[in-house]
Write a protein that binds this ligand. Sequence first.
Ligand code: SF4
Ligand code: SF4
Length: 110
Amino acid sequence: MKILSPCLDCGACCARFRISYYWDEKVPEGFFHETTPMFRSLKSKKDPEGRPRCNALQGIIGTEVSCGIYENRPSPCRDFKHSYEDGGPSEPRCDEARLKFGMKPLPVPM
Ligand code: SF4
Ligand code: SF4
């Protein structure tokens, strides 16, 4: 049985953290700012409650979300693990982001 990712109904980290990455990553035009000659950061937009979130995040945080540039998301997004992914210890930033948006940290699977 395939287990769906808990990220599909979360998305909190896509609003909690600012994402910067090296300029040569292939993120689509329109989704980033040039912050320095060597680095770019993802653009943000406001959700209906006025909270900033990544411009590529689609859906409602805590209900159902997806990344509009999933195949071309930058390396910090690819590297960010949800808590207990790979059976490892809790990822503090995942827990932090979820708490910020009123969601409990992910439970550790039995
Ligand atoms: S905060 Fe954690 S569970 Fe939520 S989308 Fe990010 S990695 Fe996934
Ligand atoms: S690019 Fe996608 S995975 Fe990365 S912060 Fe934005 S919505 Fe989230």
